[in-house]
Design a protein around this ligand. Structure first.
Ligand SMILES: [Zn+2]
Ligand SMILES: [Zn+2]
Length: 217
C-alpha cells in the first residue's frame, strides 16, 4: 500500500540511500523496491514539469509481488477503502463526529459494497452478504429486493474515506464533504480473484466450524 500511496522515499527507490535518516525523512524507507530510472518528481507529485521530454520513467515498472492484483484505478481505490474500514474499526471510539448516524450509514454501505464486490457468491443471491455482515443492520437501510439492483450502481463515497492520513481525533467527517463516485463493478478480475480467495479462507477458517453454510456453490 505504501507503494501505491506514493509514501515510499523516492531516493531509496532510485539510489538505495537517502540524505536523511529514516526518522527525519518524510517518506518511508522500509522498501526493497528498486527502480533506478524512476522520475522523482513524477513519483512524488504525480506529475513532472518535463512531461514527455523527461529522461526518467513516469511509470512504476516492477510492481512488487504483493501488489500484483492491483491493476486499475478502481482496484487502487477499493484497496484504500479496505484500509479505511480496517483503521476506522480501531479508531471510531475516539472519533470526533458531529453527524455519527450519517457516517455509520456511509461506512455500512461501503462495507456492503466491498463484501458484494469481493466475496464469492451465487448469482442473484445476497446470502454472501448475510454471511459477513449483520443482517439486521443491512435490512434497516434497504429491502432485500432493492439491494442487488442498488449494488450495481456507482456509489458516492465520501472522499475523506480515501485519505491516507486521517486524524481521527479531529472533526474529520462532514456529511457535506466531497464525494467520489466508485464503480465497484469495474474492478479487475485479478483483484476480485485475489479477494475471493481471502473471503473463502475466512469462511473456511472461522465461519464454517460455527455452523455457517457457504453462500456459494
Ligand atoms: Zn528518505
Ligand atoms: Zn519526469
Amino acid at each position: 500500500m505504501l507503494f501505491w500511496d506514493r509514501r515510499l522515499c523516492v531516493d531509496m527507490i532510485t539510489t538505495e540511500k537517502c540524505s536523511k535518516s529514516s526518522n527525519q525523512c518524510r517518506y518511508e524507507h522500509q522498501t526493497s523496491y528498486r527502480q533506478t530510472n524512476l522520475c522523482p518528481q513524477w513519483y512524488t507529485n504525480n506529475r513532472c514539469t518535463f512531461g514527455e521530454k523527461c529522461e526518467d520513467s513516469h511509470r512504476l515498472e516492477g510492481v512488487p509481488n504483493e501488489h500484483r492484483y492491483i491493476r486499475t484505478e478502481t482496484d487502487a481505490n477499493v484497496f484504500k477503502l479496505l484500509r479505511f474500514i480496517r483503521n476506522f474499526a480501531g479508531h471510531y471510539i475516539e472519533s470526533v463526529i458531529h453527524d455519527q448516524q450519517e457516517l455509520y450509514k456511509n461506512v455500512l454501505v461501503v462495507m456492503v459494497h466491498l463484501v458484494h464486490a469481493l466475496s464469492r457468491k451465487n448469482a442473484g443471491s445476497i446470502e454472501h452478504l448475510n454471511l459477513f455482515l449483520e443482517k439486521s443492520a443491512v435490512n434497516q437501510m434497504i429491502t432485500e429486493e432493492n439491494l442487488l439492483p442498488e449494488l450495481d450502481k456507482p456509489f458516492s463515497v465520501p472522499a475523506i474515506f480515501f485519505d491516507r492520513r486521517l486524524n481521527y481525533s479531529a472533526a474529520w467527517y462532514r456529511p457535506t464533504g466531497n464525494k467520489r463516485d466508485l464503480k465497484f463493478n469495474q474492478l479487475s478480475q485479478a483483484f476480485v480473484t485475489y479477494f475471493n480467495r481471502i473471503f473463502v479462507e475466512y469462511y473456511q477458517g472461522r465461519l464454517r466450524s460455527r455452523g455457517a453454510k457457504s453462500a456459494w456453490s
